[in-house]
Design a protein around this ligand. Sequence first.
Ligand code: PLP
Length: 403
Amino acid sequence: MRLTPEARLERYATAFAGLDAPFAFVDLDAMWSNSADMLRRAAGKPIRVASKSLRCRALLQAILDRDPGYRGLLAFTLPEALWLARGGFRDLVVAYPTTDRAALRELAAMTAEHPADAPVIMVDSAEHLDLIEEAVGQAAAPLRVCLDVDAAFWLGGGRVKIGPKRTPIRTPEQAGDLARQVAERPRLRLVGMMCYEGHIAGQGDKIPGARLKSAAIARMQRVSHRELRERRAAVVTAVSQVAALEFVNAGGTGDLELVAGEPAMTEATAGSGFYAPTLFDNYSRFRLEPAALFAQPVARRPGPGIVTALGGGYLASGVGGKDRMPTPYLPQDLTLDALEGTGEVQTPLHGAAADALRVGDNVYFRHAKAGELCERFDRLFLVHGDAIVDEVPTYRGEGRCFL
Ligand SMILES: Cc1ncc(COP(=O)(O)O)c(C=O)c1O
């Protein structure tokens, strides 16, 4: 059952009565409810957990332990994946190509010791294969690599590309060709394929106040997925003639049900859906509960109908629009100042609720994206009901900053 905002606020007031803001926390009731909904939407397709969207080892472990539907991690850098592997995590795939030669040498050493357990790295070109081989020299065991395939939606014969601009590999022929180049190199072994459709998985199709834009996005996504579904199945067939693929990965929080319906995809990815940041509010197919929040204290009162909180300016990455700013969440109906937004050290907040707030009270904010919040805080308080039940370090709190 979804809590009303008032009930949530009451719970947090009890949970944090003895704590001074600023701090960040995860509402476990909301996170596990989001988790259950994602598992339902994935309909039995295993979910690889995107570590960049959590950036907290304790929570990654808790999620993997929670349900056998979660299988492995999609890491964001090789040093991160090596650190996670040394800490006992298994089944790691690094989602983005690495150029870190020292980390590649460390991967080679790890692979020599544990050939099946070392992280898998991403490639999309002969240039990547060359760089890896040059970095590792005569590694004893072949490094396991994954082929990244383009999922973008092309209009006008490719003149307009909607979707992630990452890999040049798009057709079955191109993928088969690169797979053969991997096969010719004894120090590399192709074990996986990935094809991430960010323009569907990471783009809401139900934007408040933008009916026409939402309809256009929904239509683009439908048409794109129709094309993608056929093409990536054909790519899997082509690559499988060259290498025995252990996994084929696609999708994200926003489109688990689409990946679930594609037999050629052996697994989906999800990460943001656990924390449910504001950029994941606007989807027609699901509704998540805000789970990762941060509290800033009301520090002063410039006048009637306005308070100023300390801090808050934790902008999210991407195109620098207003939707990248944190959103004041509780108490309800506070709005950011049009000229100041969220400040480096001070954030003015307008609204009727401001007059009921006292200096020292908390305002709870939501971040626009998931994992980036953890680059701002050393720890996350974990809340269940109206109590803090644990306190866990973020990557940052463990002294780790990967990107
Ligand atoms: C390669 C890849 N797969 C999957 C995802 C989806 O992650 P999330 O569920 O956090 O949106 C992303 C996010 O950017 C990604 O880059």
